[in-house]
Design a protein around this ligand. Sequence first.
Ligand SMILES: CC(C)(COP(=O)(O)OP(=O)(O)OC[C@H]1O[C@@H](n2cnc3c(N)ncnc32)[C@H](O)[C@@H]1OP(=O)(O)O)[C@@H](O)C(=O)NCCC(=O)NCCS
Length: 218
Amino acid sequence: MTRNACQTSCVALNRRLQPAAAGGIIASRCTCFGWGVAPPFAGAGRRPGPDATCLGQKGGNEPVASAYTIRRALRSDVDVLVAFTLQEAYEAEGTNKDEAAVRRGVEGAFADPPLAAYWVAEAAEKGVVASTSVVTEWSDFNGGHYWWVQSLFIVPEHRGGGLVELLIGHLARARSAAGALDLRLYAHSSNERALRAYRRCGFTIAPYVIMRLPPGQR
Ligand SMILES: CC(C)(COP(=O)(O)OP(=O)(O)OC[C@H]1O[C@@H](n2cnc3c(N)ncnc32)[C@H](O)[C@@H]1OP(=O)(O)O)[C@@H](O)C(=O)NCCC(=O)NCCS
């Protein structure tokens, strides 16, 4: 894989993803976070609705001490998203990605039509401390969209406190509100911390194997 596993899968999938306008994703209201959750491919770069703040819970028991606000990313977040993505690739699979390619990848979320959707988490007086993104895949088996977690990154100082649950919960609710199918992802098999976090968030192993045929190999 050429990227962290979440990212790689979805970069590949992106090539056969339906553009946003293909439908199946509708605007709706997120119960926990208020009107901050737009459908993933609509309104990219537009200022989201009112921010909402939630307290996270690691393991479902202990409230997270810090409050975070999760909102849709804006064009003005691109620089930080690029930095997070480069760091994510390095941490998740030990690769140094080409910054220009990553920037092109992130900016795809703000293209027309958008190719992905990003959310960011902000901590009081700290600014953006985490990000996550989603791409969709149309399913002919099920007549709906899967939402694939393309990326997930939390700055080191904000790890271990349940923010990952907040982010995944946010995506899961937005997915449900949009009427989409599974929230899916794949992660590098060596990324034990991410795998543990995903399991804790309720993800289970799916009976599929990822295969790839890089350009030029046939
Ligand atoms: C992956 C990531 C989002 C997880 O968020 P987090 O806040 O760090 O998650 P947690 O601290 O709850 O750690 C998850 C689990 O791994 C454990 N863990 C912590 N450090 C670990 C390590 N070095 N190795 C293995 N497991 C570790 C935790 O104890 C926790 O276990 P538990 O669920 O049994 O309590 C975050 O670490 C991150 O941004 N990593 C870099 C980017 C990345 O890898 N993204 C995912 C790409 S698929």
